[in-house]
Design a protein around this ligand. Structure first.
Ligand code: ADP
Ligand code: MG
Length: 542
């Protein structure tokens, strides 16, 4: 008998290492993937529930954003991690649709496990799912509608749909319009990089409808010295990432001062250091100095005398934004600063009174950069607003870039499912079962949206299927419970979001179905050391 020598079993692995094979491995993996999907399932759609997340120091976040929930959870199981990875990829490529992607993947695997029980081989399922996924993408492309750049009304409707259930419902229209403004404004100047070009700043304390767009950057700061100019036109900006004050003497060298003369000397030398520091900055041509650390009184005094504006203790995020917006290089050593390191802005000015004043950096060299002041009564409100707004900005931007949308509220999914079932019947055999299962999984999206809104999922699906005979854009508006043309109603999704949902759900499901052996690697170096990228599939790119 192979593997046995002299009656002794020859283990190829330490029998105590975790090792699962075949069906066992598969069913464990499917269960793990389903468990993750079920966590976010109840958050799907505008009437989805929120999750309350509490971190180790007791901070509370309320959210129904799938990617955010999964990111915040400490997930251990390797297959479950693969599902979390789906959310990350979805977010990165499409900017939205994370919950849908995870839920679809979970449902696909659920249907797969039923078919495996019935004796269908995993390999047949993989083939069927791949086939179905390709067909589904074809259907989506046919189903999609072009939106022209000038179609503002549709764009606002899309932004508003994407914020549904996340931002304050009453102010959705205003926010949607601001979101479109922001993207239109930037896209006139070139390609839009939402994460860099748009700075979202929370300003709790006012009402949501006072949210506004500013040109350039705003800092919650004021000049370090009242003698400094309040406004600097044609600003040449130095960004310095080290304190502009006493260079701390290193702790090995002790300063010995034994008499008044020596003290005098020391002070004079220090005074000299400060002056040299200020002089060097002034000589570079800078008329605005932005420092991540302190600007000491003495240095401030010299800067002020030369009419240079100084701003101190600016946060790392702001420093990064300022560098991107003005083109200034972040300088780590004061005496390294030279003219080439300076950034530019048309105007830097302080507005408001003393300690509540703010600094505005306008007409930046990189003119695309804008700041959106998100207002709301409390930080919880502005926190959620920021996430919703960020989603909406990405969505509008991708719609802009692709110029294609599909009807939302389950319309796209029902249409895909219908046409897939039709296609499946032309294939026949066991693969037909897999394609039909794929159709059912896609259709689980409107079912979950309905269920989360307190409606009966089965009857919703039946109604939608019937309605699609007449008009494929009919979907469910979960707010009114009506079956409407979703494009007319403005409940639409970017094509890219739906395409990516199908793609990532089917990729991860087939990847999991292909695993028939699971063991814990003993050697660490089998895995990438970066925990974010420790999922490897050497057979095909994922
Ligand atoms: P995801 O993380 O997948 O984007 P969401 O909770 O944002 O999850 O839900 C998105 C789904 O909700 C999309 O399929 C979208 O078409 C649908 N949807 C948006 N607004 C409505 C509505 N008023 N009625 C029903 N479905 C809606
Ligand atoms: Mg969404």
């Amino acid at each position: 008998m192979p593997g046995h020598y002299g009656g002794q079993p020859a283990y190829i692995m330490n029998p105590r290492t975790e090792h699962k094979q075949g069906r066992d491995a598969l069913s464990v993996n499917i269960a793990a993937a389903k468990a993750v999907a079920n966590i976010v399932r109840t958050t799907l759609g505008p009437k989805g529930m929120d999750k309350m997340m509490v971190n180790s120091i007791g901070d509370i976040v309320l959210t129904n954003d799938g990617a955010m929930i999964l990111k915040g959870m400490d997930i251990e199981h390797p297959t479950a991690k693969m599902i979390v990875e789906v959310a990350r990829t979805q977010e990165e490529i499409a900017g939205d649709g994370t919950t849908s992607a995870v839920v679809t993947a979970g449902t696909l695997l659920d249907k797969a496990s039923d078919l495996i029980e019935e004796g269908v081989h995993a390999r047949v399922l993989v083939r069927g799912f791949e086939n179905a996924s390709e067909k589904a993408l074809e259907i989506l492309n046919e189903f999609a509608i072009d939106v022209s750049e000038g179609n503002r009304e549709t764009l606002e409707k899309i932004a508003s749909t994407s914020m549904s259930g996340k931002a304050s419902e009453t102010n959705k229209e205003i926010l949607a319009s601001l979101c479109v403004d922001a993207i239109l404004q930037i896209s006139k100047k070139g390609s839009v990089n939402v994460d860099n070009d748009i700075i979202l700043r929370q300003e709790p304390g006012k009402s949501v409808d006072e949210t506004e767009i500013l040109d350039g950057i705003m800092l919650n700061k004021y000049r370090v010295h009242p003698g400094m100019p309040k406004t600097v036109k044609d600003a040449k900006i130095a960004i310095i990432d080290t304190p502009l004050e006493t260079q701390k003497t290193s702790n090995t060298s002790k300063l010995q001062i034994s008499n008044a003369d020596e003290m005098q000397n020391f002070l004079a030398r220090e005074e000299d250091d400060f002056k040299q520091m200020a002089d060097h900055v002034i000589k570079s041509g800078a008329n605005v100095v932005i420092c991540s650390k302190n600007i000491g009184d003495k240095v401030a005094h010299y800067l002020q005398k030369s009419g240079v504006m100084g701003i101190r203790r600016v946060s790392d995020d702001d420093i990064r934004n300022l560098s991107y917006a003005t083109g200034a290089k972040i300088v780590k050593k004061v005496f390294d600063l030279s003219e080439e390191d300076l950034g530019h802005a048309g105007e830097v000015g302080e507005e408001g009174e003393s300690t509540v004043a703010k600094i505005f950096i306008k007409k930046c060299e990189n003119t695309k950069v804008i700041t959106i002041l998100l207002r709301g009564s409390t930080e919880h409100v502005t926190d959620n607003l920021e996430r919703a707004f960020d989603d909406a900005l990405h969505v509008i931007n991708s719609v802009f870039e692709d110029g294609k949308i599909v009807a939302g509220g389950g319309a796209a999914e029902v249409e895909i499912a219908q046409r897939l079932r039709h296609y499946a019947s032309s294939i026949g055999g066991r693969e037909q079962l897999a394609i039909t299962a794929f159709a059912d999984a896609v259709e689980s999206i409107p079912m979950d949206i309905a269920e989360n809104g307190g409606m009966d999922a089965t009857s919703v699906i039946l109604k939608l299927r019937n309605a699609h005979v007449e008009n494929p854009n009919i979907g469910l508006d979960i707010y009114s419970g009506d079956y409407l043309d979703m494009v007319e109603k403005g409940i639409v999704d970017p094509l890219r979001v739906k395409t990516q949902t199908i793609r990532s759900a089917s990729e991860v499901a087939t990847m999991i179905l292909r695993i028939d052996d699971m063991m814990r690697a003993q050697k660490k170096d089998m895995m990438d050391v970066n925990p974010e990228h420790n999922i490897h599939n050497y057979n095909r790119p994922f």
